[in-house]
Design a protein. Structure first.
Length: 245
């Protein structure tokens, strides 16, 4: 019988062989190895124990960044059929759930946040491919109410992108909020251990490349104190801090 508190090691080892190599092929169905690993890791993250399993930790810190960089930024994205594109978007939603859950406890998951920044980048190959996708308001708007952050009809959109709804991008941003991603992200700024420059950068990077698709004033309200905290950190750096390796 499988232990519900153990990571799906066999699926992880199988996935490693598929992600790496010149002829990489990353599964995109929930019942396949990537989906199984994401669902398994999310269960452990919700329980606050994902980092205690060495294979799950390696999955989050190494394999997820490598796999999703390929799924979002590879030129192959433009050649995939509809079924694959939909499957990849499903995997994106699953990893959003994992990242939101993992942010609920310390330490800062730097590599997952770097992956989140890629997922939220409007200029990734995947998001450019799907920039004309409409935004489905039935998914998150009613549940989030005033908490909604992304809206494809936002008046803050730049003129350049005004005619492109980027619906999928807006959906995953709001999914992150629905899964308590913002709430958990802000918890990370309250760590009893002093945050490092790398951790501050990771925590503040996810929304850098999607500012045209969110309500900027809401973003400022959410993160102004955290940005101030990071600025104070920089101001208080001493010369020896820059020399430290």
């Amino acid at each position: 019988m499988n232990n519900p508190n153990s990571f799906t090691k066999n699926a992880f080892l199988d996935l490693e062989t598929k992600v790496y190599g010149d002829n990489w092929s990353i599964p995109y169905k929930r019942e396949e190895v990537l989906g199984r690993c994401l669902l398994s890791a999310t269960k452990l993250a919700v329980a606050g124990i994902a980092d205690q399993d060495e294979h799950c930790k390696k999955f989050m810190e190494i394999l997820i960044p490598d796999a999703f960089r390929k799924l979002q930024c590879s030129h192959h994205v433009n050649n995939w059929g509809v079924e694959v594109q939909l499957g990849v978007f499903d995997m994106v939603q699953l990893v959003i759930d994992l990242i939101a859950a993992r942010l609920s406890y310390f330490p800062v998951p730097i590599q997952l946040l770097e992956t989140l920044a890629i997922l939220f980048d409007h200029d990734s190959v995947f998001q450019r491919k799907h920039k004309s996708k409409s935004y489905d308001r039935s998914l998150y708007d009613k549940q989030l109410g005033e908490l909604i952050l992304a809206n494809s009809s936002s008046p803050t959109f730049s003129v350049y992108n005004r005619n492109e709804p980027y619906g999928w991008l807006c959906e995953i941003i709001n999914r992150f909020i629905l899964k308590d991603g913002i709430q958990n992200l802000k918890i990370q700024f309250k760590s009893e251990q002093p945050l490092t420059a790398l951790e501050y950068n990771a925590l503040l990077s996810p929304f850098v490349n999607c500012m045209d698709y969110i309500f900027v004033e809401k973003y400022r309200q959410l993160f102004s104190d955290n940005i101030e905290q990071a600025l104070d950190y920089v101001k208080n750096l001493k010369e020896e801090d820059f020399k430290a390796k």
